[in-house]
Ligand binder design. Structure first.
Ligand SMILES: Cc1ncc(COP(=O)(O)O)c(C=O)c1O
Length: 351
């Protein structure tokens, strides 16, 4: 079934956000050119802004976060190389195995801890002995900030530095899937530049909490971005008058990045309202950013799919992860009233 914005309060993801009226106006008026020739002035402006914000030399607009991560992995790694990543990372769980299927890159999966991090010893132990021909060559470590599937957990700059140091001391590179790095910066009250500093490359998404209709940006050194641009072309991600999308992305950076704390406050209010309801167990005492998960108690007779269907009848859409786990995500299109409506609906089910 498809859902339109007007009918439902949609907590399934921040990917469902509508572009703002200001974005739509900017899109209509954006000067554009052929971006494959580097001639789209609006794309060029967005890329310069993004590189500056993230503290990297250069940036590249890509159609999606998935392509940004894949282009980074393919740029850093050769076939037969290995990338260390979390078992709950988006790159491992939700990118259709692209790094293996398209890059011949082997994922070495280690557990994500409940705070979204990877244990430093687990990373250390996953690094292969270069001299042994039995092994793939370890090339890359991937972190995710915020970490979606552990509950939108922000990774600190200090932790990211520790992983960066460990990677670099062992001749490895660090890629940061910063799909929601602006949420992390807002939650930690630091700049995205500080969070990105230890990473050799960073992807961030314009089309989640930042509300652009599409697009992500891959950032790194000028040399890395030059190579990634060729990979993007191979992946079919070289687009033409795509400044129309970049115009929205510029508003994402200039305007929408400054309001994310509102979403975090609403997620906290939602969580507080769910506290104590019989039949559900919140995974975290309080959400760190805009994502919260809860589990259905073993004695609750309903599956998460059934709960989602009951919520839908009450005008609220929610996300499920297997039969007993539910995810709620706040974003620009959910206001205080939306939170209240959702809580009212939850109270009728978990009375
Ligand atoms: C952490 C994370 N990384 C990457 C992506 C991929 O982004 P896209 O949907 O634009 O491919 C997502 C999407 O939800 C995500 O949550």
């Amino acid at each position: 079934m498809t859902h339109t914005q007007s009918q439902f309060i949609d907590f399934r993801s921040d990917t469902v956000t509508q572009p703002t009226p200001e974005m739509r106006r900017a899109m209509a008026e954006a000067p554009v050119g052929d971006d494959v020739h580097g001639e789209d002035p609006t794309i060029n402006r967005l890329q310069e802004m993004a590189a500056e914000r993230l503290g990297k030399e250069a940036a590249l607009f890509v159609p999606s976060g998935t392509m940004g991560n894949l282009a980074a992995i393919l740029t850093h790694c050769n076939r037969g190389d290995e990338a260390i990543m979390g078992n709950l990372s988006h790159t491992f769980r939700f990118e259709a195995g692209g790094c293996a299927a398209l890059g011949g890159v082997n994922p070495f999966v280690i557990p994500n801890l409940p705070d979204g991090t990877l244990d430093l010893d687990d990373i250390r132990n996953a690094i292969r002995d270069k001299a042994d021909v039995h092994y793939p060559t370890t090339r890359l470590v991937i972190l995710e900030n915020t970490h979606n599937w552990t509950g939108g957990m922000p990774l600190t700059a200090e932790y990211t530095c520790q992983v960066g140091d460990l990677a670099h001391q062992n001749g490895l590179l660090l890629h940061l899937d910063g799909a929601r790095i602006f949420n992390a910066a807002a939650a930690l009250d630091v700049t995205v530049r500080e969070l990105a500093q230890p990473a050799d490359s960073v992807t961030f998404c314009l089309s989640k909490g930042l509300c652009a209709p599409a697009g992500s940006v891959l950032c790194g050194s000028a040399e890395f971005i030059a190579r990634a641009t060729r990979i993007r072309k191979q992946l079919g991600g070289g687009m033409r008058q795509v400044g129309i999308l970049a115009a929205a992305g510029i508003i994402s950076l200039e305007v929408m990045a400054n309001r994310l704390q509102e979403d975090h406050v609403r997620a906290a209010r939602l969580s507080a309202g769910l506290h104590g309801l019989k039949g559900l167990e919140l995974e975290k005492e309080k959400p760190a950013t805009n994502i919260l998960f809860f589990r259905l108690s073993p004695d609750l007779p309903h599956t998460s799919g059934e709960v989602a269907a009951m919520m839908e009848q009450r005008g609220v859409l929610i996300d499920t992860d297997g039969p007993r786990r539910i995810r709620l995500v706040t974003h620009n299109d959910i206001d205080d009233q939306g939170v209240e409506t959702a809580l009212k609906a939850f109270r009728t089910i978990f009375a």
